[in-house]
Design a protein around this ligand. Structure first.
Ligand code: HH2
Length: 284
């Protein structure tokens, strides 16, 4: 797909994202007991909705709701339980806010229940391992994020190896994007994501970020999630994920300057300041 085929405003029947001024911020809302940085904070639906609305007030363009942690070593959560966690939160958020809610899942049943509840975007960290999700995105005409991961969350950090991490991850994502288009998803509705921290060493993560412009040059819109991740702790010596906001800001500045379309973050007000400043410089 060529960049010039894309409109600055991405519109679909249940939502709209305006990329005219550049990068947008996606706020993370984990309705889980065990997510690596905010696990247990938003298990109560009321707390989750309040946090989601707070991120929207702060300027997030999308809220990414997830009911399963995918931190290294985590075990899968049954679809029924994910649905029980996320559907009430999505219903309330989608009812009260005219912005896209994204569902962070790789399970067809969860994606379908979330769309029925009012979500308008699918974030699939397995890039359509269940291809029915591609069909669902096509049928409902919603955007879909395709992320790269090596193996599964249970095993992905056990000695990840690549000959050329940037080329391998990019080639994989382009193949999955082609497959999504074959399944009926429009090219401009596809976001590709290198999957920072998903089966990658510190060096792999740094190389992917350093060459993120190669992903942008593919023509597909790019989403990047670095927020509070452990490689930032490795670089800064900050053990607590909530102490990694400035480190995250460094990665976000680089992504915005490189033309990334969406950054997925926990600290929406702080990171929005970074995005605004870098966008102003880039657009000046
Ligand atoms: N990272 C996480 C979860 N989902 N989705 C995309 N597209 N890209 C990412 O980098 C990404 C993602 C992991 O972060 P978090 O949701 O905070 O943690 P957990 O998986 O423990 O819930």
């Amino acid at each position: 797909m060529k960049t010039q085929d894309r409109d600055n405003v991405l519109k679909w029947p249940s939502g709209e994202l305006d990329f005219t001024a550049g990068c947008l911020v996606m706020g993370v809302l984990n309705v889980t007991p065990d997510s690596f940085s905010d696990g247990g904070q938003f298990l109560d639906a009321g707390d989750a909705v309040r946090h989601g609305l707070g991120m929207l007030d702060a300027g997030a363009a999308i809220i990414d709701v997830g009911g399963e942690s995918t931190r290294p070593g985590s075990a899968p959560v049954p679809a029924k339980e994910q649905i029980r966690r996320v559907v009430p939160v999505i219903e309330k958020l989608a009812g009260g806010a005219n912005v896209p809610i994204s569902i962070d899942t790789h399970e067809y049943e969860v994606a379908k229940a979330a769309l029925d509840a009012g979500a308008g975007m699918i974030n699939d960290i397995t890039a359509l391992s269940d291809e029915r999700i591609g069909g669902l995105a096509a049928e409902r005409e919603v955007p879909v994020v395709l992320m790269h991961m090596l193996g599964t969350p249970a095993t992905m950090q056990v000695e990840p190896k690549y000959d050329d991490v940037v080329t391998e991850v990019l080639d994989y994502l382009l193949a999955r994007a082609t497959r999504a288009e074959e399944l009926g998803v429009a090219g401009n509705m596809i976001f590709i994501d290198p999957g920072i921290g998903f089966g990658k060493t510190l060096e792999h993560n740094l190389l992917l970020l350093r060459h993120i412009d190669r992903f942008v040059a593919s023509g597909y819109r790019v989403l990047v999630g670095t927020s509070r991740k452990s490689f930032i702790g490795q670089l800064t010596g900050k053990d607590k994920p909530s102490d990694r906001v400035f480190g995250t800001a460094g990665t976000v500045a680089l992504c915005v300057a490189a033309g990334v379309s969406i950054v997925r973050v926990h600290d929406v007000p702080e990171i929005l300041d970074v995005v605004k400043v870098v966008k102003a410089i880039v657009n000046s």
